[in-house]
Write a protein that binds this ligand. Structure first.
Ligand code: SAH
Ligand code: SF4
Ligand code: F3S
Length: 452
């Protein structure tokens, strides 16, 4: 009989990718994914440590799952509860202490060992022993070697991790500590995985990395490739019609990479380029290595290459020492750049990061008020951007069934979520296809169109 595996994914796309890989490594062990934890034989919480709220959520979820685990035990069955991901990496020992119900804790770089860990845990349990496993080693390459041998599932869009970790050490951020130092996969490994994806019918590939544009992979002949060269080679693979990459840092936005946006049809006109703040004083305290002028220059150069490019960003408000004037500089930058979409957060002090120790922490209510103002502006811009495509026709990649019986859901080249009216009988044949759609209506979050 198949065993059931439930994974809850928190945090970024990197974790989404890792979750898919965990499903892959557990499949040969007889585990099948299930939608709810109640009845699962193995529950994995793939956690995020980026802000306090995200990390605390894990403990409340453990509390909920504990009840399900107890209920299962009463019926004579075992549930293995595992905590993986970035909270596991950062506070593994604390989780073990605070939540005795957790059977195993493993970091983002050790999940290829999951089958062994699970079997070991079950073995110990059957011997009546207390089974607790902690594996938070940070050696990345072994994980990737193992994963490239696994089969891939067919979907029109796929993530492909090419780079992990970060050496930038922005003073607010935990990623360099949870994911470890920067590591680029080899060109050969990436190409092998990419061809598998194309063979499986993938049309759109999103290259992933915490610092994806810092990518520098070694090819078989010993030469080193940057992201621009990699994208150009990937675009030659039959079947790949769309290429995206995320997340980039302004520091590594080279001219060659900007040119790829101008040259390649396959390189989609959408870029997520976090700036974090508009004040140079704050950017310096954040250790971001760019200032607002150099960021705006990149955007201007990018628009020369690809005038229609849609931009997205990340913003932090209320970083230690942020004055009203500093915050206004962020608002000014947003007004100038104009974003199609964005993520914004209140600064959250993270244990072990330099900014958490800084004086002049900003009051919570000031942070909330600034965030509300920034988000209102960003929402206005997002609505404006979506409205600007009404009446236009562009290719939409159909990814899934839509909200109603006669619609499908897809993404525009600019990453907008599009609901397309097609008629119920057409849905199946359109899945995975790129079709021309004329946009008829839009709001802040959705746009609607019809086939042309
Ligand atoms: N590697 C990416 C993203 C890292 S995390 C980059 O460099 O841009 C995603 C986003 O979370 C960051 O861009 C930042 O805006 C936000 N973030 C990171 N640490 C934070 C903190 N301590 N408080 C609030 N937001 C934070
Ligand atoms: Fe975090 Fe900065 Fe690295 Fe991005 S570049 S992951 S924000 S340390
Ligand atoms: Fe969170 Fe780890 Fe991603 S901290 S944002 S899951 S890299």
């Amino acid at each position: 009989m198949k065993k059931k595996l439930y994974i809850k994914t928190y945090g970024c796309q990197m974790n989404v990718y890792d979750t898919e890989r965990m499903v892959d490594v557990m499949a040969p062990e007889g585990y099948e994914e299930t939608e709810t934890p109640d009845d699962a034989d193995l529950v994995v919480l793939n956690t995020c440590h980026i802000r306090e709220k995200a990390a605390e959520k894990v403990y409340s979820d453990i509390g909920r799952i504990r009840k399900m685990k107890d209920a299962k035990k009463e019926k004579g069955d075992e549930m293995v509860l595992a905590v993986g991901g970035c909270v596991a990496q950062a506070e593994g020992a604390e989780i073990m202490k605070r939540a005795p119900i957790v059977d195993m804790v493993f970091g983002p770089q050790t999940y290829h060992n999951l089958p062994d860990m699970v079997n070991k845990s079950l073995e110990l349990k059957s011997e009546g022993q207390k089974s607790r496993i902690l594996d938070t080693d940070l050696a990345v390459d072994e994980k990737f070697d193992q994963l490239s041998k696994k089969e891939v599932k067919q979907k029109p869009t796929a993530f492909l991790t090419i780079q992990e970790g970060c050496d930038k050490f922005c003073t607010f951020c935990v990623v360099p500590y949870t994911r470890g130092s920067e590591f680029s996969r080899s060109i050969d490994d990436i190409m092998t995985d990419a061809k598998k994806l194309a063979d499986a019918g993938v049309v759109e590939v999103t290259l992933l990395g915490q610092n994806v544009n810092a990518f520098h992979g070694t090819a078989d002949d010993g030469s080193e490739w940057g992201l621009p060269q990699l994208i150009r080679e990937l675009a030659k693979i039959d079947g790949f019609e769309r290429i995206r990459y995320t997340t980039s840092h302004p520091h590594d936005m080279t001219d060659e990479l900007l040119e790829v946006h101008g040259d390649l049809e396959e390189c989609m006109p959408y870029l997520h380029l976090p700036v974090q703040a508009g004040s140079d004083r704050i950017l310096k305290a954040m250790n971001r290595t760019h200032d607002s002028a150099s960021y705006k220059k990149i955007i201007a150069d990018l628009r020369k290459q690809r005038p229609d490019i849609a931009l997205s960003g990340d913003f932090i408000v209320g970083f230690p020492g942020e004055t009203e004037e500093d915050f206004e500089a962020t608002m000014d930058l947003v007004r100038e750049v104009k974003y199609a979409q964005a993520y914004s957060f209140k600064y959250s002090p993270r244990p072990g990061t330099p900014a958490a120790e800084m004086e002049d922490q900003v009051d919570e209510d000031v942070k909330s008020a600034r965030l509300a103002r920034l988000q209102a502006l960003l929402k206005e811009q997002q609505t404006e951007f979506n409205n600007s495509v009404i009446g236009k026709t562009f290719p939409v990649l159909i990814e899934a069934k839509g909200k109603t019986e006669d619609t499908v859901f897809g993404r525009s080249p600019y990453m907008q979520a599009v609901q397309v009216k097609v008629g119920a009988d057409k849905i199946e044949e359109l899945l995975g296809k790129i079709v021309e759609v004329k946009i008829e209506d839009a709001n802040a979050f959705n746009i609607q169109g019809v086939l042309v």
